[in-house]
Design a protein around this ligand. Structure first.
Ligand code: AMP
Ligand code: GLY
Length: 435
């Protein structure tokens, strides 16, 4: 595997680059990559209204390997960056690499670390990585009996990809049993035919992102997101309503432990199985008394955590992604500014439930005049020249500062300058780190 990565573009000074995806994460990647002088033409597929400002958006299905390959051939693409998990699970990275294209993103086999919770648990067992005790069920009655025997709180997870909705943290036995009825009743489609039931872990959550070429590991800065919809970390789970970097809970000691006890043994186990992991590995951690335990792995950057990392890294990210894809991370260094970044998500009222689309949004230019502020688009579109909302999470209003407080004040000034009455915004992003 290792020497099969395309070497043909090595050393080329300018490259045509394609980013797959259309969220705030991909806009942040596009914005940062476009700052690197190595980037010649930049394409995004399918992209969004914000990405169209730095890249050419292409109408193609990022999960359709044949379509992506065809596009790469006609546009002379040198490097493909895969943002979301769905193209990974669909095998697009394998198809691109097989065709000799330099690609950032793990193979389908390696991306099982995100796609299959049962697989991840088996890897943790083999690697000795600390995580919640669990059992894996395909039989509804056996799962119910286990929940009754364990009692609440307890966590019920659909074993496959469920678009972030397949996790029920049940505070009562009744809630857990209802979740099992839903999952075995097909509420999550194919993803619910298998269920993982986990011990409920307490502590504070943070995310650790590392780049890895399969052997060398380059930890990125820490970041923490706010998953709940409402202030005070209350309300339903979302994809993330805001994030900040660095995350003080990730002290150098906790980071070192997470690398040594969780990330490195996992990567070694993946390599041992003949499916080395290459790309960004996102370890969601639960930290209690300085001890990290794994909540989940993702095979992609977090969204909106990526936005704060890109604010702090800028154009360097392209060199880092290239070094990852070329098995050249062992001699690679990043220069992190000694600063802070924060992002505040502006979502459509009602998210993560049902919400309206098509509302006009004004004032973005005026809101991001200062050089330390950037508004990334997630669910936006253009209609007759007007910017409209087109998704649940719509904007990711991001800012840097010498302190988290300075970054936060800047970000909220920009939020307040955006003219979109239908927005839902948390006012307390970063509170754990500011208190
Ligand atoms: P996941 O999709 O596995 O990241 O789960 C979504 C969220 O559910 C996590 O970010 C945690 O807040 C929570 N969660 C998942 N597993 C557990 C667990 N074993 N104990 C406590 N909370 C959990
Ligand atoms: N912000 C969490 C995620 O991207 O899954």
């Amino acid at each position: 595997h290792r020497r099969r990565t395309a070497q043909t573009n090595y050393g080329r000074l300018s490259m045509n680059i394609l980013i797959l995806g259309s969220g705030g994460r991909e806009h942040a990647l596009a914005w940062a990559i476009a700052q690197n002088p190595r980037c010649d033409k930049l394409f995004c597929a399918p992209g969004n209204a914000g990405m169209a400002e730095v890249a050419t958006c292409a109408r193609l299905d990022p999960e359709d390997a044949a379509e992506v390959l065809d596009f790469c051939a006609t546009r002379a693409i040198d490097f493909v960056v895969i943002g979301p998990e769905a193209p990974l699970a669909a095998g697009v990275s394998d198809a691109l690499r097989d065709a000799g294209l330099l690609t950032f993103g793990p193979s389908k086999a390696a991306a099982q670390l995100e796609a299959s919770k049962a697989f991840t648990k088996a890897i943790c067992d083999a690697a000795g990585a600390p995580t919640a005790a669990y059992r894996h069920f395909t039989d509804a009655q056996a799962a119910r009996d286990y929940v009754r025997a364990q009692g609440a709180p307890i966590v019920v997870k659909a074993a496959g990809l469920a678009a972030g909705k397949g996790v029920i943290v049940a505070m009562t036995e009744a809630e857990a049993l209802a979740a099992l009825d839903d999952m075995f009743g097909g509420a999550f489609g194919g993803a619910g035919a298998e269920v993982v039931i986990e011990e409920f872990m307490t502590g504070e959550e943070a995310s650790l992102f590392v780049l890895t070429d399969g052997e060398a590991v380059l930890p990125l800065a820490s970041a923490q997101d706010h998953k709940r919809a409402f202030d005070g970390d209350e309300g339903p789970n979302t994809g993330g309503m805001g994030a900040y970097s660095p995350a003080p809970i990730m002290t150098p000691e906790v980071t070192e432990r997470a690398l040594r006890e969780i990330v490195q043994p996992t990567l070694a186990e993946m390599a041992r199985r003949g499916t080395p992991y290459q790309g960004v590995l996102y370890a969601g951690l639960m930290i209690e008394d300085g001890a990290p335990r794994l909540v989940e792995f993702n095979a992609r950057f977090g969204d909106p955590e990526c936005q704060v990392l890109m604010m702090r890294l800028g154009g360097q990210i392209l060199d880092a992604l290239l070094a990852t894809a070329r098995d050249a991370l062992d001699s690679f260094h990043l220069n992190w500014a000694d600063d802070h970044a924060i992002t505040v998500v502006m979502a459509a009222e009602g998210y993560p439930g049902s919400y309206a689309k098509g509302q006009e949004i004004r004032g973005l230019d005026a809101a991001q005049q200062d050089a330390h502020t950037k508004i990334f688009h997630a669910g936006t579109a253009l209609a007759d020249g007007a910017l409209i909302s087109n998704g649940g999470r719509v904007l990711s209003v991001s800012a840097r500062g010498d302190s988290l407080r300075a970054a936060r004040d800047r970000a909220y000034r920009a939020v307040d300058a955006v003219d979109w009455p239908g927005a839902m915004v948390r006012r307390d992003i970063g509170w754990r780190a500011l208190d």
